[in-house]
Design a protein around this ligand. Sequence first.
Ligand SMILES: [Zn+2]
Length: 345
Amino acid sequence: MKTVAAILVETGRPLAIEDLEIPKLAPGQVLVEMAYSGVCHTQLLECNGYRGADPFLPHCLGHEGSGTVLEVGAGVRKVKVGQRVILSWIKGTGADVPGTVYEWNGHKVNAGGVTTFSQYTVVSENRLTILPDTIGLSDGAFLGCAVPTGVGAVLNTATLRPGNSLAVFGVGGVGSFAVAGACLSGAYPIVAIDLRKERLKTAERIGATHCIDATEHNSLEEIHKIFPRGVDVAIECSGQTTVMEMALSAVRSQGGIAVIVGNAKHGRNMKINPKELNSGKQLRGTWGGDSIPDRDFERYARLIASRSLTFDWLQDEPYSLLNVNQAISDLEQGKTLRPLLKMVA
Ligand SMILES: [Zn+2]
């Protein structure tokens, strides 16, 4: 059996769309017919070689999606044939099977425990979660990374409470979900900071109460005009190390929490003045918004079903898998917040 897949053959080059031979399932693996895949900033870094040397080339990619189970390998108990599933890079319960190797015209193509830029994909059991009936497959795709990371950074990592003040630095896909997470948990005020006016407009539609255009203003000075003592929580989603430093400066002494969500280019470092930490500020990292798929994905799905968490602001039409390079380029140029690939026409 074959699948069409987008593969990274060489960094800095467009992805190749090729037919790959699907290997026989190993114990603990699941074959999924993909419906949708999101395109995340992480893939942008991978494609451009910004994550450092890539020893796995050529390889498949993509780490959030939705689809239907077609076949299960020996020992798989978590999902059954015919069930709709969420595919995520965040590990849950179930077998943890290392990457799959596909065959492509006599060459080998690597894939991790989960990849999603393909018509069919072989996935490790622990990267799958059943998609609740209340959620459509297109919304379900974002439950693989954007929702758990953005909403989870606010609810789990920062443990935001109603009435906390918050600033989100960088309101792209994940940052927008962080704003949405802040709204549903009763934060006020909610400040969005970005270099792009369209993104700030979207953040305002989602529920940001203040917007700072970082091309026109010094973000930190503006935040301090609104909150002289600093915000309770800052969520950094830009991936720029200078902005990460700013996020720590933006939170209040004695308990303010800065969460670093963005991935910086390989080799970049952030500078920290220890006095910031001595003053009682907290700098936190996050692993997928500290979301635990088996605990949290259903919870996020309920927030979507109750319309506490909506995607109305993600208006773009899905791209076909064949147009994946256009989707990646549009993401890089900021023309779209979070591209969605549709696998079947
Ligand atoms: Zn991601």
